[in-house]
Design a protein around this ligand. Structure first.
Ligand code: SF4
Length: 664
């Protein structure tokens, strides 16, 4: 386990004391050893010198006994004197203090060499180290002999070591006491730091209601004898008044901590309550969490407002039928409305964060990316009509794209707005088609009028010829062909005039159901021979309208014949009626179970002479004439294949005719 702050602090503290103690001990032991050895050396010289002076007289008197007594006395008094002996100038032993015989080799190891008043040598006896002093014994510059004195160094070191052991014990004791005092002093600091640590952890977990600073014995309201309950510091035990804005002491200055603290330092509340750096740290931490709590609640309130505004904006955007999208400068979709999601057939969360290439086919995505890049680089808006293939089929869109600029040089993104103009396009197509039909109608009417008269003459002469020639002959048969073909031409001309509405109309009030029944009665038997049945689904009440009944019947018969031709044999035709637009329009539907019409052909079926039937099966004017009659009655006709109102039929065609009850 890693040591904590307390352990580290104590380890550092004790380590420092130990190093200090060690340094002191080494320095002290070295100094003391040197000083003790110097002392021993000096003592040896002084003891030897005074003994040498004392030996002069017995040596002159050759009194060996006194010499011996003097030397024994000196050795006895100095407990570290190992030996003494005296040599005459010829190096003969005159007296010595050795009990077990004099070691002869000792005479030669430290001779006087005349370099100084004495000679000193450290000897190793094998058991201990000995300082050997050689001191001359002289009188009036006459050399009487040499005094040799041995002082034990080992004994001296023993004394030194005893002193050092005592020193170590004293130092360790001092370290222990210092450590004890240090621990007592460090503990409050550790507690404060731990409290700070715990508080900061709480704050990190989101609890900003922490109280780290110590509770004071006396607070500002006690010290100032204050009863101002409205003051934010009043009875606030956790926060110091100099951290709180809006306090009410006359000496308090307005503003936040930075402004207040200058003046607070002169206040007696501050002087009494402010503590050391750790207390200040704890107090400022409490003030910081208090301020954070305030800022956080402001931030939450702002976030709530922002979210509400965002939701409101999204609701507004979703209510707009046009699609709207916002992309960032990298082309990533960051916001889209409901209409955009519907066009793509994807939920919002599958669009946000995606790019064009994730949402559109590769060709379209490449085109849109190129457009986006151009708008972002030039800032020029783009407006165009776009055809897209969505889940609900092909749609035409009017699209506007603009860059979103900010104060910076680079645009921040793109706003794209698009409107579904598929209906408009369809109406445009219908209008163009209607105009084309109008033109064709006029042309047809003109041609028909011109042809009608010569055709009438040809037919008249042909019929006259038939009366004049033999009915059995070849000429009769040829003229008969001429008459027949002229009648066909005449029928075409009549159809063309009907289509162009050049025929006079006879307007009456009539019942649509009655007109339908009359037409069905004519064809029903023929159809049934080919196993084609007609099923009625008429509105409950009679549906009367004002118009040319015969022309309307022609419409019905054309549509029934077309249905029959589409079935050929074995099938059904459903004829239904209804009232729409609050009774202002009549709806008549013809559904067959036939072969149906290809999608591409549906738009052309009302054009004159357009037919999908084989040769000799029709002129292609039937539906054109139908279209012309309905148009003349200010009505509409629509074709669906397969039928729109009967989803059970996979094939077949439905024609729906809308006729106003009053075509005027
Ligand atoms: S800071 Fe407020 S509560 Fe404290 S003594 Fe001043 S007025 Fe009273």
């Amino acid at each position: 386990m890693k040591p904590g702050f307390r352990e580290k602090l104590l380890m550092g503290f004790f380590g420092l004391l130990l190093v200090q103690g060690l340094v002191i001990f080494l320095w002290f032991s070295h100094a003391m050893k040197a000083s003790v050895l110097d002392e021993i050396k000096n003592r040896g010289v002084s003891t030897g010198t005074s003994l040498a002076v004392g030996l002069v007289e017995p040596m002159l008197a050759m009194d060996y006994l006194r010499m011996k007594v003097l030397m024994d006395e000196t050795t006895r008094l100095g407990n570290d004197i190992f030996y003494t002996f005296v040599l005459d100038p010829d190096q003969n032993i005159l007296a010595h203090t050795f009990n077990s015989g004099f070691p002869v080799e000792l005479k030669r190891v430290n001779p006087l060499n005349g370099a100084g008043p004495s000679s000193l040598k450290l000897l190793d006896t094998g058991r201990q180290m000995v300082y050997d002093y050689a001191i001359p014994i002289t009188v009036n510059n006459d050399f009487l002999g040499t005094l040799r004195l041995g002082l034990s160094q080992t004994r001296a070191e023993k004394v030194v070591n005893q002193v050092l052991v005592s020193t170590i014990i004293i130092i360790l004791l001092a370290i222990f006491l210092a450590g004890l005092v240090g621990t007592l002093l460090v503990n409050p600091l550790i507690r404060s730091v731990k409290k700070l640590h715990d508080s900061s952890e709480q704050a990190l977990k989101g609890n900003l209601d922490v109280h780290t600073a110590p509770t004071l014995d006396r607070n500002c309201w006690d010290i100032m004898a204050c009863n101002r309950e409205e003051c934010p510091a009043y009875k606030n035990y956790h926060h110091r008044c100099w951290y709180l804005a809006g306090t009410l002491c006359p000496t308090c200055v307005e503003g936040e901590y930075a402004k207040k603290i200058q003046s607070c330092q002169h206040c007696r509340v501050y002087r009494k309550c402010s503590g050391d750096e750790i207390q200040s740290l704890a107090e400022s931490f409490d003030a910081m969490t208090l301020s954070l709590r305030g800022n956080l609640s402001d931030l939450k309130a702002a976030e709530k407002i922002l979210n509400e505004q965002k939701a409101r904006l999204q609701t507004i955007l979703d209510a707009i039928p046009d699609f709207i999208s916002l992309q960032d400068q990298d082309g990533r979709y960051v916001s889209v409305n409901k209409a955009f999601c519907q066009i793509l057939g994807k939920p919002r969360n599958e669009i946000i964060g995606r790019f064009n290439q994730d949402l559109f086919p590769p060709d379209a995505a490449a085109l849109y990316n190129e457009e986006d890049r151009r708008i972002l680089s030039t800032g020029t808006p783009l407006e165009k009509e776009n055809q897209i293939k969505g889940p609900n089929g092909i749609k035409w869109l009017h699209v506007v794209k603009i860059s979103v600029s900010q104060k910076t040089d680079r645009p921040k993104g793109l706003v794209c707005s698009g409107r579904d103009i598929s209906m408009l396009k369809a109406v445009q197509d219908q209008l163009t088609h209607a105009q084309k039909m109008e033109s064709v109608g006029s042309l047809a009417a003109g041609v028909a009028h011109e042809i009608n008269t010569p055709l009438g003459i040809i037919l008249g002469y042909g019929q006259l010829l038939l009366e004049d020639v033999n009915s059995e002959g070849q000429v009769y048969k040829d003229v008969e062909v001429i008459v027949k073909q002229t009648k066909i031409c005449s029928k075409i001309v009549k159809d063309l005039l009907s289509f162009s509405r050049s025929n006079k109309s006879v307007v009456t009030d009539f019942d649509v159901h009655g007109a339908l029944e009359e037409v069905i009665a004519v064809v029903e038997h023929t159809f049934s021979l080919n196993h084609v049945s007609i099923h009625r689904g008429f509105h409950g009440a009679p549906l009367s309208m004002k118009g040319d009944k015969e022309k309307i019947k022609q419409v019905f018969i054309n549509l029934l014949n077309n249905a029959f031709d589409a079935i050929d044999t074995h099938g059904k035709i459903y004829v239904t009626t209804g009232s729409v637009k609050s009774g202002r329009e009549i709806r008549i539907s013809f559904i067959d179970t036939g072969c149906g019409i290809k999608k591409d052909n549906l738009v052309k079926i009302f054009e004159p002479f357009y037919t999908t039937k084989g040769p000799d099966k029709g002129t292609g004017l039937g539906l054109s004439v139908t279209f012309g009659i309905i148009k003349e009655h200010r009505g509409r006709i629509k074709a669906y294949s397969p039928p729109k109102t009967d989803k059970t039929l996979a094939r077949g065609t439905q024609f729906v005719v809308f006729l106003p009850t009053d075509s005027n």
